[in-house]
Design a protein around this ligand. Structure first.
Ligand code: WT7
Length: 635
């Protein structure tokens, strides 16, 4: 079991050194000892960041679901793979064993095949957090279809864009979903989206809320009768190491969402290895990540990473506030959760409710607490440490991205001493670099710069679906021979990293990555709007909230401004989803622009954050007079 499970700091440094001195030997050993291969690789790694092209374990053949399910059957067939905790606490939780999971995934895979899905086809999954979501993901992987999970909070038009971009042949959805006290008409959203999607031939519908819905003859099928008829075993498709496993969309700072493409072997090895170490998972543990499988966190650390390690992983359908703010702690107690992984925005929302909810529950099972998605502020970090972990469960502040596929900078619990707000040290095999504005690497400690990665790691995204040039431009063109993350970071006196936030036009709201451009595009569709600009401003719970500056076509627009604000947020909700709604909308007479016509967001960001002491030189602007006007009317 060499190097697979790191248990103290010295061991971390030893293994880290080995992993960067001899990456190929290091990853070959991990891959060889801990995974099931149909055929071993010819070459561990080939890479060229100028193209960019990266290949791990080339020549190898495997199926990731054999690693997630089949190989566990004879040793832990009866062990619970997935605990499903429903939205309604009165509804019984489901325990799905590895043996049951095998049966369910195989049946589902056979249904996909019967419906004409073949290796390489794209399947869009638009489901709430119910077992069918994890099962359909694995069923696609079983037959070599590429899954594209779209978070079921996205609107019909966001869904349509993603379905069309990947030309999905099938959509898997449900009649509806529960979210706290509300129900959502998911199938209605799919029907609306499919008016714009010619590529979709089939829709499979899981029953969840038992409402009467429209079923399009010839296109839509109820899932359950098909599963009941299907054969319970399915021979896994043999995949090449570099075959795409899935596409997952992330917002860009410009234009349409980017379909990040993840490979099979490298993604498997890295998500499994990070899971084991970052959460110090042991055989009897129950692990719970509160993310949705619609995000990368759910792909890597609810489904693939945990299942590859034969873990018990909790899937929670609901929200932290339903029926009250004690729900998370009730679930921790009920299932005796050992590792708990959530987002800073959830921690802040729960902290605001006080500790009385916590005090009602026994949280003594907790051994590791994780956080991900955005920088965690000091107050939230301490609240989590003091009240949830009682200072006994180390916090792993894990920094990574949809693009990186797995955790990149993180403490290893019980090995790395933690430090509030710091993601601390690079994970095994990860070689970060901080860059200055002239493209030079900043060496030494107590420095800050733009965060890049100098060397490939197994789970990095290989391309953007259908647009390799954009992949190159976005990630490999800012700095020569390096992957650029889009984040700023500092390195303290002992070499610990702290992520300071995005340095591009992406804003993280409640842990959701939002590009400014798509929101502005949506606003600009309002007939009264001439132009708009979105910036983030600090918010107690969401981390950042959105502030929109909107210039109307006719100055002195006679309509009620509050009605206009509602209409603008309505368009955003329709085009992107409620997560992108603006907290503040200021109507302006113009937006500050450079002489080349680029909106100066830096100034707008300062005004939104009420930090106007140092706006910098505004005299070079095309229209310096608007700045004072915007300041005078700021919200
Ligand atoms: C961006 C990536 C990775 C899963 C969830 C988000 C920010 C993520 C941290 C952290 C500070 C963080 C970064 C990153 N971020 N984790 N621990 N500390 N910032 O995935 O939607 O692709 O967003 O989230 O800005 O670039 P994503």
């Amino acid at each position: 079991m060499s190097n697979y499970h790191i248990k103290h700091l010295e061991e971390y440094y030893q293994v880290y050194r080995k992993s960067v001195r001899n990456p190929e030997i290091f990853w070959e050993e991990i891959a060889e000892e801990h995974f099931m291969w149909r055929k071993k690789w010819d070459n561990v790694l080939s890479w060229d960041f100028t193209k960019p092209e990266v290949k791990w374990f080339e020549g190898a053949q495997l199926n990731i679901t054999e690693n997630c399910i089949d190989r566990h059957l004879h040793i832990r067939g009866d062990k619970t793979a997935i605990i499903f905790e429903p939205n309604n606490p009165e509804e019984e939780a489901q325990h799905i064993s590895y043996r049951d999971l095998h049966d369910k995934v195989c049946r589902f895979a056979n249904v996909l095949k019967e419906q004409g899905i073949q290796k390489g086809d794209r399947v869009c999954i638009y489901l709430p957090m119910i077992p069918e979501l994890a099962i359909s993901v694995l069923a696609c992987a079983r037959i070599g279809a590429i899954h594209s999970v779209v978070f079921a909070g996205f609107s019909s038009s966001a869904l349509a864009t993603r379905i069309n971009d990947a030309t999905c042949k099938m959509v898997i959805t449900s009649d509806g979903s529960y979210r706290g006290a509300k129900t959502i008409d998911l199938k209605g959203i799919v029907d609306e989206a499919l008016k714009e999607c010619e590529c979709v031939e089939t829709v499979l519908v899981a029953k969840r809320i038992n409402t009467d819905i429209h079923m399009e003859t010839g296109r839509d099928h109820w899932l359950q009768p098909l599963l009941d008829e299907a054969y319970h075993d399915c021979v896994p498709e043999v995949m090449d190491a570099e075959d795409p496993l899935f596409i997952l969309y992330t917002s860009g700072s410009t234009g349409k969402p980017k379909g990040m493409v993840h490979s099979t072997a490298g993604y498997m090895v890295y998500s499994a290895y990070t899971f084991k170490n970052v959460f110090q998972y042991r055989e009897q543990d129950v692990y719970w990540c509160t993310a949705d499988i619609g995000w990368i966190t759910g792909h890597s650390y609810i489904v693939y990473g945990p299942l590859c390690n034969g873990a018990t992983t909790v899937m929670f359908e609901g929200v932290p506030s339903y029926p009250d703010f004690g729900r998370f702690w009730e679930i921790v107690e009920k299932h005796k959760v050992n590792q708990f992984y959530t987002a800073p925005t959830a921690i802040r929302a729960l902290a605001k409710e006080g500790v009385e909810h916590l005090e009602k529950h026994d949280l003594s099972s907790l051994k590791v607490l994780g956080t991900v998605g955005e920088p965690i502020n000091e107050e939230a970090w301490h609240w989590y440490d003091d009240n949830v972990g009682k200072r006994k469960a180390p916090i792993v502040d894990t920094w990574w991205q949809t693009e990186t596929g797995g955790i990149m900078i993180t403490p290893i619990p019980y090995a790395t001493p933690t430090k509030p707000t710091y993601a601390t040290l690079p994970f095994i095999g990860i070689q970060p670099a901080l860059m200055d504005e002239n493209g030079n690497e900043i060496k030494g400690n107590q420095v800050d710069g733009r965060l890049c990665i100098k060397f490939p790691w197994p789970s990095m995204a290989r391309t953007i679906w259908g647009n390799h040039q954009r992949y190159k431009d976005t990630y490999f063109s800012a700095y020569e021979n390096k992957y650029f993350t889009g984040d700023g970071a500092l390195r303290d006196e002992v070499g610990y990293y702290r992520i300071t936030g995005r340095v591009d036009d992406v804003i993280i709201v409640s842990g959701h990555n939002l590009g400014t451009a798509p929101i502005e595009d949506a606003i600009n569709e309002h007939p009264a709007v001439a132009e708009s600009a979105i910036v983030g401003f600090p918010h107690d719970i969401k981390g950042n909230a959105l502030y929109g500056y909107v210039t109307l076509k006719e100055t002195g627009e006679s309509r009620n401004q509050n009605n206009l604000r509602k209409e603008i947020n309505q368009i955003i909700t329709e085009q992107i989803g409620p997560i992108a709604k603006l907290d503040k909308i200021q109507f302006t007479n113009g937006l500050p622009k450079t002489r080349s016509g680029k909106i100066m967001r830096r100034i707008l960001r300062k005004i939104a954050g009420k930090d106007t002491s140092n706006l910098g030189d505004t005299s070079t602007l095309l229209n310096p007079e608007v700045v004072q006007d915007i300041m005078d009317n700021a919200l």
